[in-house]
Design a protein around this ligand. Sequence first.
Ligand code: FES
Length: 598
Amino acid sequence: MKAYINGTEVSFEQGDTILKAAKRAGVFIPTLCAFEPLKHTPGSCRVCLVETTLPGGEPRIVTSCNTPMQEGMQVNTRTQKVRAMQRLQVEMIFADHEQNCSACARHGDCELQALAQYVGLEHNRFSGMQAERPVDRSATALVRDVNKCVRCMRCVEVCRQVQGIGALTMDGVGLEAGVGVGISPDWASSSCVQCGQCTLVCPTGALAEKDDTDKVLDYLDNPAITTVFQFAPAVRVTLSDEFGIPRSTDVDVTGQIVAALRRLGADVVLDTNFGADVVIMEEGTELLHKIQEKAPLPMFTSCCPGWINYAEKHFPEILPYLSSTRSPQQVFGPLAKTYLPQKMGLAPNAIRVISIMPCVAKKDEAARKALSSNGVPDVDVVLTVREFARLLRRQGIDLASLEPSAFDNPFMSDYTGAAAIFGSTGGVMEAAIRTVYAVLNGHELETIEIAPLRGMEGIREATVNLGEGNGEVRVAICHGLKNARVLVEQVLAGKSPYHFIEVMACPGGCVDGGGTCRIKNDYLPQAHVRQQALYSIDKKLPRRQSHNNPQVQKLYADFLEKPNSPKAHDLLHTHYTNRKSSTFRSVQELWDKLTLAD
Ligand code: FES
């Protein structure tokens, strides 16, 4: 079928919207609420206006995101009338939008600001109409500022469609309308699991992580404090986006991060990957014990704090199936405050552990009482990738222009390929199998890249032969909490065929965590590339199994004795709490009904 956009003939298929056809033809039309990766376009922002004329008809102004193309249609995206009406729409959005842009986390990176430039906004005739509403800072990791909400509903849809939670809602009417938390009094008491996927799609600063960059600067400035930094597996393949380093399946800015941390004045620069290798030793041993003791299976992984929050708040019946091993961040924390001081002669009380994570929920995890010692958190501050980039910019450090630097700590910085792939969906499972196989057989698994565990399918499974006489394990992997729910309900119904299940709350795993770089007008466009980048790090490393990490071997020989020892249990394991509220169930049921009606 044929039509014309700005005078150029274009072809389209039945059902294509004008926006879709224009995109295919390389014609830009601004959007806010239309968001391709999600199913529903509310058609509420009306910034995507275009003028259309059908053969023999009169010109009409329509929203391009939900108007279908028609045979012979003439579409004009830049007529005087279109430009004037788009500008009016943007003025109307700004009319009740908080305009203290210089104090907003999205300043310079805001889709609404970009839109204002696109329509050529010089002044706003309607400013000052805001109904001032309180900012919700109740959640540990996130801030909800309705004064900056443009009612595009992307966050509501990602929470519902991708995560299957429905914690976020569109509340109020008229000038009072904005992102809310349904019937909960505030964000903290809602069914939200703090995965932060909503912050990836929010076009403005309405939803964001709590900014802890000043806290880190204060620690760095205090000579009485020893700052110990760690950064997660996925940070080295995601931070690059913040500094314009071209995306590729080979990107790895580990060396630049080490150099940047030294430039910042960090006292000790270490790697969460070391913690990931320790997690495999603990979690793998735990699985083997469970299988040998014929304990109820499957065992679920416990590395992802968004998943832990989900289990505690939505399906507490599943908690006995969770591994008790802490996440790599929280394995690292207590070791940095006990083992490291012993080895380096540091004063434990002076140590502040600072994490750089691709994750928003890691802030929430660090604040858990069970992950502290005598009231002192094991991890003191967590910065998301976005905050770390902000911190570097504040200090005038351009990651892209730094020469890579190497780790020089002999105790907690070495890592294997198994740890590197933790940042991808399927990575924890693959790493665990590499070690479990070697422990059972006394030699390495021949093919350590386990193809069925890789990829982006929402739920994947594999059967792995554990060697002669050891039988097989059936394992499953899921990412995105909507997929997790499928596997959890299967277990609770007694119908799960699996021994071991890996869950990551964010689609793609940590490589697309809620704390990673926001990509304007897009959602998760780079998951596969980042995943491959981690796999290529794995491939290049001289050791690819956690049990072969010499620093991990030294840790057990000198300090922990063996995996799952009483000391390891005391420092590296945790417990979970039923935090389900009856209101969560009613909200969940409501969304389920709506989903069925879709
Ligand atoms: Fe079309 Fe919002 S993008 S109405």
